[in-house]
Write a protein that binds this ligand. Structure first.
Ligand SMILES: [Zn+2]
Length: 723
């Protein structure tokens, strides 16, 4: 029926062969299956922070539950700190750009001219009876050999003794943890994360997820309960994952009273440690120690921060099924903006994310100030952004608040909806950024937030550099991962929500995915399947194009032809004097540039009897004509230049100045992926027609979106302007 000048690409074909097939562990509807299983690891850790030498040493006991159907001969354990060992670090090539002009700091990143100790010293690994277990270390992965296989359905308790030298965060480009030294008062803030040897994930999709840590691909971790004893200098304040068990031992009476008051304060934070008290603490520098004890249930990781510099504020946040203590810890260098904004931002994130998914389930939610970037852990995040001389620009403040919202949001993705970050960075960053941007848009409307339009420069970038979203974490470029793994999936979800599925259906489906996979390990296919399963919408075309290709949206409004139906054919000759009609036999449908030539006349003839086939009844053909009489019929011709199939939004501006929008689903491209026609009936006469007027679909070139064709730039002009 329709001529196609280019081959069919199957853009609407199912993606079944591109995602893992369903099985008894993961159903075809995208939910965990009847036979779904997951390993579990409980940790009991005693750790001591040595401030003089910047070292940390610990003894941990792991109880590992083998819920898999398999017997295991060995275990894999993550040793992330080893990525900082000289020779091990940066094998993915994060910074390897030697230039003739280079800053000393970049030169240090590149060459490690000033060497420093890093990486684990493993002192022992023993089973429950005190027998040593053999182990082998391959960079950031440690294989523990078992004397007898760990049978399916049984558990194993074993202990590891270890230590490492904490690294200076300023020595790395992507420093998620380490220490930060403050020369002015000779103090340090310790951000301690991926600090203890942790069980690698063993699951039905990967077997052992023992891919090396190469910095970009973050973590895959099992859930478990934690009991952690943290020994630090006596004048330090510790912020940590979990609930503090021994407040009487580590906090003063005043601090405990203030904390009690904060539990009842729902509208503003209460200071637990004031700025003056923190400044006084900076000077004490005791050599005595004390031990903080924390417990955390059902978390996949554990992190903490420790310093005598911390100011500390807290308030309660009431959610339908949980009341959470939102708390912030920051040095005086974060004042005053941290006191004004941090805990407030936590509250906003807790409320919006809980509403969109499930209530935040943990007792505390903490934001700790740091020099740069943001990094997330269960119940605690380290967030960059500091004023200079007490001042912060609006953009810097928006960046800081956005970071806090984002890192708090990671409690849902991936800390609870625990996707494999080492493999698919987009699964947590994309889904989290989607809700983070929604939180900013809803709670901070005067800050700018990501919309489909913001992805246009990335989507129209160099095809030789672009990778699909479905690219594994460490195969993406450092310059591209922010756009490809954070913003592009965000925009994709925004399009599904706002323009393709609709808010109500989409929100319910997104919530369904979050609830199906909380405390579990979802794969991309589980997300794709759930979003279709819960909406009755075939979205394979969208997932295929947006997640598996680097195609972009560029629709061209190639032509609009205006028609009118008049009275019976015999009357047309009489009418010709009165109405503006085109000369006959002229192929105006190609030549039309605007509507100035007037409408084409549709000669609607009587249907011959044999066209009705076996039907003996007849339409009231005069009624058809009467219905359309005097109306304007517009046949719109659209070309798909960019390759991505998408819904079409058409804005009509009428000659009386009013406007109207029509929407066509992406399905119009099923029969012809390159060019479609569609006819609209309008009472009013149209002046201009515009595609994607509100940038809902990230059309990369809007020069070809209008009819009459706007004064578009020539290719040369565009080239010149881009220079
Ligand atoms: Zn993130």
């Amino acid at each position: 029926m329709q001529a196609q000048t280019q081959p069919w690409q199957g853009k609407f074909e199912p993606i079944d062969h591109m995602i893992a097939p369903p099985n008894s562990y993961r159903t075809a509807s995208g939910a965990p299956g009847k036979a779904y299983w997951q390993q579990r690891a409980d940790y009991n850790i005693k750790v001591t922070l040595d401030e003089t030498n910047n070292t940390i040493s610990g003894n941990e006991t792991i109880t590992y539950y083998n819920n898999s159907p398999d017997d295991l001969n060995y275990l894999w354990i993550q040793l992330e700190q080893n990525v900082n060992k000289k020779g091990n670090q940066d094998f993915g090539g994060i910074s390897n750009d030697l230039k003739d002009g280079i800053t000393a700091r970049n030169m240090q990143f590149l060459t490690r001219a000033i060497d420093f100790p890093a990486g684990y010293s493993i002192k022992y690994i023993k089973d429950n009876s005190g027998n040593s277990l053999k182990f082998l270390i391959n960079n950031t992965m440690m294989k523990v050999l078992l004397n007898t296989p760990l049978k399916s359905g049984s558990s194993l308790t074993f202990s590891i003794g270890w230590s490492y030298t904490i690294t200076d965060r300023s020595m790395f480009k992507l420093s998620r943890e380490g220490y930060e030294y403050f020369p002015s008062d000779d103090n340090t803030v310790y951000l301690i994360a991926h600090w203890f040897p942790r069980m690698a994930v063993y699951n039905d999709t990967e077997g052992w997820q023992n891919q090396q840590f190469q910095r970009l691909g973050e973590f895959a971790l099992e859930f478990g309960d934690y009991e952690v004893e943290i020994t630090v200098p006596e004048d330090h304040i510790v912020a940590s994952t979990g609930t503090l068990q021994n407040a009487e031992d580590v906090l003063s009476k005043t601090q405990r009273d203030r904390l009690e008051k904060a539990r009842q304060s729902f509208d503003q934070p209460i200071l637990i440690v004031t700025e003056e008290e923190a400044k006084a603490n900076e000077k004490t520098k005791t050599k005595k120690q004390k031990t903080w004890r924390f417990k955390a249930k059902n978390v996949r990781d554990f992190a903490f921060a420790s310093s005598r510099k911390f100011i500390w504020d807290a308030q309660a946040v009431k959610l339908p099924t949980n009341t959470v203590m939102a708390m912030s810890f920051y040095p005086k260098e974060g004042m005053p903006v941290w006191q004004e904004e941090s805990t407030k931002a936590i509250k906003h994130a807790l409320e919006v994310y809980s509403e969109a998914t499930f209530d935040y389930p943990y007792p505390v939610c903490i934001s700790v100030n740091t020099s740069n970037i943001g990094m997330e852990f269960p119940m605690i995040s380290f967030n960059g952004g500091r004023p200079k001389n007490g001042q912060m620009t609006k953009n810097a403040k928006a960046g800081m608040i956005g970071t806090i919202i984002h890192e708090v949001g990671h409690n849902w993705f991936p800390m609870i909806v625990s996707s494999d970050e080492r493999k698919w960075m987009w699964m947590d960053e994309g889904l989290n950024t989607f809700l983070h941007q929604r939180t900013v848009a809803e709670r901070y409307p005067d800050f700018s937030s990501t919309t489909p339009k913001s992805i246009v420069p990335f989507m129209s970038g160099d095809k030789n550099i672009l990778r699909p979203i479905m690219t594994t974490s460490d195969n993406e470029l450092l310059s591209q991962f922010g756009s490809n793994f954070y913003r592009k999936p965000t925009v994709g979800l925004q399009m599904l929500r706002n323009s393709i599925v609709g808010k109500e259906l989409f929100d319910a489906a997104f919530k369904e995915y979050a609830n199906r996979w909380k405390y579990k390990h979802p794969n991309p296919g589980d997300l794709f399947r759930t979003l279709e399963d819960a909406t009755a919408t075939d979205l394979d075309w969208f997932f295929r194009g947006w997640f598996f290709t680097t195609d972009y949206v560029d629709m061209e409004l190639s032509n609009v032809t205006w028609f009118k139906v008049y009275e019976a054919e015999q009357n047309i000759e009489n009418r010709k004097q009165n109405i503006q009609l085109k000369p006959e036999n002229q192929d105006t449908r190609v030549a039309t540039q605007d509507f100035s030539d007037g409408p084409e006349v549709i000669k609607m003839s009587a249907t011959p009897d044999d066209a009705y086939g076996g039907f003996l009844s007849r339409l009231d053909e005069e009624a058809v004509r009467q219905q359309l009489l005097g109306k304007n019929l517009y046949e719109v011709n659209i070309k798909n230049v960019g390759g991505l199939v998408m819904p079409v939004t058409i804005e009509w501006t009428y000659t009386d100045g009013s406007t109207e929008i029509d929407r066509l689903p992406a399905d119009i491209w099923r029969r012809n992926e390159y060019e479609v026609k569609h006819t609209f009936v309008k009472d009013k006469e149209v002046k201009t027609v515009t595609l994607d007027p509100n940038f809902e679909f990230a059309d990369t070139n809007t020069d070809n979106n209008s009819f009459p064709k706007s004064e578009s730039q020539s290719v040369f002009d565009r080239f010149k302007n881009n220079q």
